[in-house]
Design a protein around this ligand. Structure first.
Ligand code: CS2
Ligand code: MG
Length: 401
């Protein structure tokens, strides 16, 4: 069996996605997600120009060898563009292997370790009251875990808060300029979770995303202030490369910490894991080397009783979510899976077998990943440039968004 074709599909059904489709000489297809929000065409070109030609003629069953060939063989290792491209190839090869075996990918990973994948929904609002009404909607929809983001008074364009309805941060031919004030944020956020606990009681799992904006000591202060409300996690208090600052947070607070959505390899989260500086590792199948590499990261985490909390935003495609769900179902140390629904047009371009019911997701039982890209439907939604925002302090200094 040989890889006979490798096609890159760029499409914008509600938002931009890149998919890789591999076809074998006997007609088996496999898909991988190659979406890197705001830098989509860089990955598409990396695949088309440098990776696809090398795949032709290779044995699709040699998943591990192909991974090493693309990682070590490129000489220039790592980085989000390279790793997203490798992720897409790896995921597509697992899809092919599953189809050839006639089994869903989670069976090849050891089989189901649980009956369903606990998902967390997003709730947001311009005010606390609005956000809590959104939490109530998610709870009514069955979710047992909800992330809450609320616009900080006096801070325009707070991260995670939609412009009415669905939250989609990437838009426009240049990044939107937003403002940020750590002081206002820190004094406001604890009141949101106090109100959430009052309204929803002790059982609902509550999550919050800080989106890399604090220093170590600021994050420590926030973690302490949130302790009375028993958060499931405080996400990305600061950029993951600052391992020392995570050490500082750990000295001050027992609020659980999740990080890793921008981490692209095991090397970048090794110290966070082995020093137990985080409680949940959020690396994604789309950006951290596909199913093969994600399993290595999650296995390392399991040695330290650290659980998984895979990134699952609507800017990873349904192919990425499907692949994540197969891993989630099989690994011993699964924690939670982010679930942000895709726009309807995206579900149409990427028909899938995964399903959501009553707080839990399941990848389905079709052979392979159980997801595809409909190339005719994809062609109806041409790429539109869309960038993530930037954040500035009130004096104009560029801050982390
Ligand atoms: C986020 C993302 O889902 C999350 O937790 O942090 O929404 C993130 O902003 C985007 O994936 C960036 O592309
Ligand atoms: Mg996040």
């Amino acid at each position: 069996m040989k890889i006979a074709e490798a096609r890159v599909v760029v499409t914008c059904p509600g938002r931009n996605f890149v998919a890789l489709k591999l076809v074998t000489d006997d007609g088996v297809t496999g898909v991988g997600d190659a979406t890197l929000n705001g830098r989509e065409l860089a990955v598409a070109a990396y695949l088309r120009e440098h990776v696809c030609p090398l795949l032709l003629g290779r044995d699709p069953h040699r998943i591990g060898d192909t991974w090493q060939y693309l990682y070590k063989g490129g000489y220039w290792r790592d980085g989000p563009v390279t790793m997203t491209a490798i992720s897409a190839v790896d995921t597509a090869l697992w899809d092919i292997k599953g189809k050839v075996a006639g089994l869903p990918v989670y069976q090849l990973l050891g089989g189901a370790a649980r009956s369903g994948v606990l998902g967390y929904a997003h709730a947001n609002g311009a005010t606390t009251a609005e956000a809590l009404d959104d939490v109530a909607r998610q709870v009514a929809d069955g979710y047992r875990a909800v992330r809450i983001q609320v616009a900080v008074p006096g801070v325009e364009g707070t991260y995670g808060v939609g412009h009415g309805g669905h939250y989609e941060p990437a838009h426009g031919a240049a990044p939107e300029e937003t403002t940020w004030s750590t002081e206002r944020y820190l004094s406001f956020i604890p009141s949101v979770f106090e109100a959430a606990r009052e309204r929803f009681g002790p059982d609902l799992r509550l999550l919050h995303d800080v989106h890399h904006r604090l220093t170590g000591i600021e994050a420590a202060r926030l973690g302490k202030a949130l302790e009375p409300y028993g958060l499931f996690w405080m996400e990305d208090p600061l950029p993951a490369e600052n391992v020392d600052a995570f050490r500082l947070i750990r000295q001050h607070t027992t609020t659980p910490i999740a990080t890793g959505e921008v981490v692209t390899s095991i090397w970048h989260c090794r110290d966070l894991i082995t020093e137990q500086l985080v409680d949940y590792v959020r690396t994604s199948v789309t950006h951290a080397g596909g199913i093969t590499h994600l399993r290595r990261i999650f296995d390392l985490a399991d040695l330290y009783r650290i659980r998984t909390g895979s990134h699952g935003p609507s800017d990873s495609s349904p192919v990425g979510l499907a692949a994540a769900l197969h891993v989630d179902l099989a690994v011993p140390n699964f924690g939670i899976q982010e679930h942000m629904r895709h726009p309807t047009e995206a579900d149409e371009v990427f028909p899938h077998a995964y399903r959501y019911a009553d707080g839990y997701l399941h990848p389905g039982d079709e052979p392979g990943l159980g997801v595809d890209v409909d190339e005719d439907a994809a062609a109806r939604f041409p790429y539109r440039p869309a960038y993530l925002p930037v954040a500035r302090l009130h004096d104009g200094t560029l801050h982390d968004w």
